[in-house]
Design a binder for this molecule. Sequence first.
Ligand SMILES: C[S@@+](CC[C@H](N)C(=O)[O-])C[C@H]1O[C@@H](n2cnc3c(N)ncnc32)[C@H](O)[C@@H]1O
Length: 217
Amino acid sequence: MISKEVAHYLEQFIPERDEQIKEIERYAKQHHIPIMEVVGIEMMLQLLKIAKPKRILEIGAAIGYSAIRMAKALPDANIVTIERDQGRYERALFYINKTGTSEQIRVIFGDALNVYNDVAKYAPFDVIFIDAAKGQYQRFFQMYEPLLQENGLIITDNVLFKGLVATEEPVENKRIRQLVSKIRRYNEWLIGRSDYETVILPIGDGIAISRKRGEKQ
Ligand SMILES: C[S@@+](CC[C@H](N)C(=O)[O-])C[C@H]1O[C@@H](n2cnc3c(N)ncnc32)[C@H](O)[C@@H]1O
């Protein structure tokens, strides 16, 4: 993981967000809603600008922050995003309307493990971004990968889980300890998938970028 000092150093180079985006960041902070860290999202947006996806699936909308950031960075892209918490879902709709991104973003309310058929109507996707319950990453990946284009990307957030996956020291909290094991197993499984090329970047909370190998490669 990059140190706090390095993250702080990098943050000064991140372009100032507009007032509407800053309002969402403030709301997330005040209400303890986990949204992507600024350095992590800037890296992901840059990657997406290079990849130029037209259709993105996000698993885990929260209040719509990352979906709105993606929509603004990629005006030609459409984003389908899933959220199971009603309050967050409604807040996401509110901010999506407010930021004028409702033409680009469709929010599906429900558990990602139950809404496959609704999501499949919008497939195929060029990018799938997994940012929901950490213990379920492998299930999300396996459920939705059939909807990914050849050479598409699957991006997974939080794969270093505050660095805990790399520490030898025992974690006291049982729930956290179980999550750490699940994320470790997910990372090993992901790296072991020969039909994807995966790199894990120590940015934000750790971001895995998996590129589906095309048949010709
Ligand atoms: C880390 S937050 C998403 C943050 C968002 N991507 C952003 O950066 O602005 C994770 C969200 O996923 C939602 N979530 C967790 N498991 C889910 C599931 N199985 N189906 C749908 N949503 C889920 C949670 O309610 C939470 O709001």
